[in-house]
Ligand binder design. Structure first.
Ligand code: UDX
Length: 432
């Protein structure tokens, strides 16, 4: 089939290249000429394991192309995916849909034959209705259908999550569109993905509800971790014990720092805003947002205790600063809350991240990026393991920490406490 992906972020680019790899002809459109130029040279603007080779392979076999010409690309395609950003509005809870509506207007002016226009970006309930109105204004004929087909891609696992999704959700009441999308996703369904056809608004809400539930699950176990610390219980036992109940499941039940990323924070706020719009109260999700917001301060209090409230002439090493492992994404990373506070208290901060120096941290004078773990650990008084990269899972602290024995604060519970204690280090985890 002939597809057009509008927006080449990790949703548009990953979905586009995976659709091409399934045998479709795909044009990825972006208004950023520089981005398009580098994509044509095989330079990928995002860190996503496995993406570069897939782009190169499909670009070379001409199933994948890149363009800044939205109008021409839409005319050449049968199915148009809207994959532009829907960030939280500054200072508010609601999603900024300006990019989505702007693209809808341009699509409305480019319809030359029947088109299926799909929102793959995460958009609040009723956005499809709005897009329909916008396009109808530009295009009086009934030669288009607006469908919701949300993505469930995790950063760092996006290609795997596309090829092996638990479910493909398609929100439309249009029989013809549903049939075409079922054919488009047939290769994934034949590998076991569940195909679910719902109303368009249901599909829009399923996305937010899923992310809000996952955020709730994580916040639930993080709060239980606080209780475990007071009752000398190991939170890992609780996660395993709970997770063995198939109704609960063990995934997304690992205690850690506050959750971050480009989705959970944005989507929990947006679903609360949708509920407010329709005069109903999502009190559980509201408390999740509040609890997660407090978590970084709670962990900072723990750091103060570990350093006996003395920060001057202390060196704190962060291993990992992104919001989770296997990504270069700093959006809403808990390190962006913790590091500025520690820097302001006078501590010297070093950090190592496998994805390199972070511009977000360059403005702090006493925060330094180190090229490797060894240099980052040197002379540290406290080591904070912030993300669960494989690189951090078998560090021989003894060989790195000559002389000074840093305290290890393992915010991802990567290590076994006794093993680290046996090496002569004080070890603290989360919830144990
Ligand atoms: C999420 C959803 O998982 C994905 O389905 C959706 O399409 C986009 O948003 P992503 O934000 O990329 O994906 O990351 P995810 O792996 O979900 O992690 C989100 C946050 O939860 C991270 O800060 C991570 O560290 C944290 N987390 C995750 C935990 O603290 N504990 C866990 O057990 C799992």
């Amino acid at each position: 089939m002939k597809l057009c992906m509008i927006g080449t972020g990790y949703v548009g680019l990953v979905s586009g290249v995976c659709f091409a790899d399934l045998g479709n002809n795909v044009i990825c459109v972006d208004k950023d000429q520089n981005k398009i130029n580098s994509l044509k040279k095989g330079k990928i603007p995002i860190y996503e394991p496995g993406l570069e080779e897939l782009v190169l392979k499909n670009y070379r076999n001409k199933r994948l192309n890149f363009s800044t010409d939205l109008k021409d690309s839409v005319k050449k395609s049968d199915i148009i995916f809207i994959c532009v950003g829907t960030p939280t509005k500054k200072g508010g809870n609601n999603a900024d849909l300006s990019q989505v509506y702007n693209v809808a207007k341009q699509i409305g002016k480019s319809i030359n034959k029947f088109k299926i226009i799909i929102t793959k970006s995460t958009v609040p309930v009723t956005t499809g209705d709005e897009i329909e109105k916008i396009i109808r204004k530009k295009n009086k004929k009934k030669n288009f259908s607006i469908v919701s087909n949300p993505e469930f891609l995790r950063e760092g696992e996006a290609i795997r999550d596309f090829i092996f999704p638990d479910r493909v959700v398609v929100g439309t009441n249009d029989i013809k569109s549903n049939k075409i999308l079922k054919a488009l996703y047939a290769p994934l369904i034949s590998k076991g993905a569940q195909y679910l056809n719902t109303s368009r608004r249901a599909a829009e809400l399923i996305k937010y509800a899923s992310n809000a539930f996952l955020a709730t699950k994580i916040t639930f176990i993080n709060e239980l971790a606080n209780l475990c610390e007071k009752t000398n219980i190991n939170i890992e036992d609780i996660s395993i014990g709970m997770g063995l109940d198939k109704r609960i499941g063990g995934r997304f039940l690992r205690a850690g720092p506050a959750y971050g990323g480009s989705c959970f924070p944005k989507d929990t706020k947006a679903i609360i805003n949708t509920a407010d719009r329709f005069k109903t109260n999502l009190s559980v999700i509201k408390s999740v947002v509040k609890s997660n917001k407090n978590r970084s301060n709670l962990l900072l209090n723990r750091v103060s205790k570990l350093l006996k409230n003395r920060f001057r002439n202390k060196t704190i090493c962060f291993l990992g600063v992104t919001f989770k492992a296997n990504t270069d994404d700093m959006r809403d990373s808990s390190s962006l809350t913790m590091i500025p506070v520690l820097s302001k208290k006078g501590a010297k901060i070093t950090y190592y991240d496998p994805t390199g120096l972070k511009k977000e941290l360059s403005k702090y004078k006493n925060v330094t990026f180190k090229e490797n773990i060894k240099d980052a650990l040197k002379n540290s008084d406290l080591v904070i393991i912030h993300t669960e990269w494989n690189d951090f899972k078998s560090i021989n602290f003894k060989s790195y920490a000559k002389g000074k024995k840093p305290i290890i604060f393992d915010m991802r519970n990567i290590y076994t406490p006794t093993k680290i204690n046996q090496q002569g280090f004080k070890y603290f985890g989360v919830g144990r």
